[in-house]
Ligand binder design. Structure first.
Ligand code: NAD
Length: 259
């Protein structure tokens, strides 16, 4: 058990990647805290984990008071936060020419400002114990210019840089900070954002020719939360089936995706 006795907060843990991470954490002996804007979903998710202990909390990561209330509730119950996975996020596919300021601000406030607020509040607790692990869930959309990804991609690119700054400033307090950048992962978010043509295009462009699973992100999160990753710091671990590595994906005998 690599995370025995650790108090592990996963934001946006009611479903998808966050829920898979919480499950994997429990399997490694951690006590899960699932915090989500969907309170009922967080409670139900916690119930599916079979953990002997744990918390389900309501939070809006974009709201400072809500974030502080969440962290206080964890500290009141357990006295500390050992692991934070900043996973809560929303998608978005609006073309650059059409995106409204409202959508831009909403995306940045949840995907970037939200991660900042939660990380800062948790880090302020972690410094007291001079120990902690923070994992930010970024995205390949923060590294490549995907169509319709103006706000989402800018937020995720900002999160990658924020991670580096946090790594630089928090190292002296024994806090280890890294990113995971998922590629296309089979979740509700992807079902909503990717139509059939998009899915075919991804399957062609990804060298492993398939979407990833939430469990494949969870495996990376366990590694980055464990002592095995102690000298990996300020790093972005792409979990993307080779999508970022690939250049021209002409495969000769294989048909290009349907247009
Ligand atoms: P999802 O939509 O299935 O789950 C996201 C969760 O976050 C939901 O439970 C939702 O209620 C919660 N949430 C949304 N806004 C919130 C807020 N303001 N405060 C608290 N909780 C909130 O999404 P997913 O596919 O599991 O994605 C999880 C993370 O992984 C996101 O940060 C996403 O950007 C990132 N990601 C996903 C993919 C993918 O292909 N699915 C790819 C790259 C990155």
């Amino acid at each position: 058990m690599r995370l025995q006795g650790k108090i592990a907060l996963v934001t946006g843990g009611a479903r998808g990647i966050g829920l898979a991470i919480a499950k994997a954490f429990v399997a490694e002996g951690a006590t899960p805290v699932i915090a989500d804007i969907n309170e009922q979903g967080a409670r139900e998710a916690l119930g599916t984990l079979g953990a002997s202990d744990g918390l389900a909390l309501a939070v809006n990561v974009a709201d400072e008071a809500s974030v502080h209330g969440m962290v206080q509730a964890i500290v009141d119950r357990y006295g500390r936060v050992d692991i934070l996975v900043n996973n809560a996020g929303i998608g978005g596919n609006t073309p650059f020419l059409d995106i409204t300021l409202e959508e831009w601000n909403r995306t940045i406030s949840i995907n970037l400002t939200g991660a900042f607020l939660v990380a800062q509040a948790c880090a302020r607790e972690m410094v007291k114990r001079r120990s902690g692990k923070i994992i930010n869930i970024a995205s390949l959309s923060g590294q490549r210019g995907g169509h319709g990804r103006a706000a989402y991609g800018a937020a995720k690119a900002g999160l990658e840089l924020l991670t580096k700054v946090m790594a630089v400033e928090l190292a002296e307090f024994g806090i280890n900070v890294n990113n995971i950048a998922p590629g296309a992962i089979e979740t509700e978010m992807a079902k909503f954002a990717h139509d059939q043509a998009t899915r075919a295009a991804y399957n062609y462009l990804i060298p492993m020719t398939r979407y990833g699973t939430p469990e494949e992100i969870a495996d990376a999160a366990v590694f980055l939360s464990s002592d095995e990753s102690r000298y990996i710091h300020g790093h972005t671990l792409n979990v993307d089936g080779g999508f970022r590595a690939a250049g021209l994906m002409f495969r000769g005998d294989k048909a290009a995706p349907a247009s």
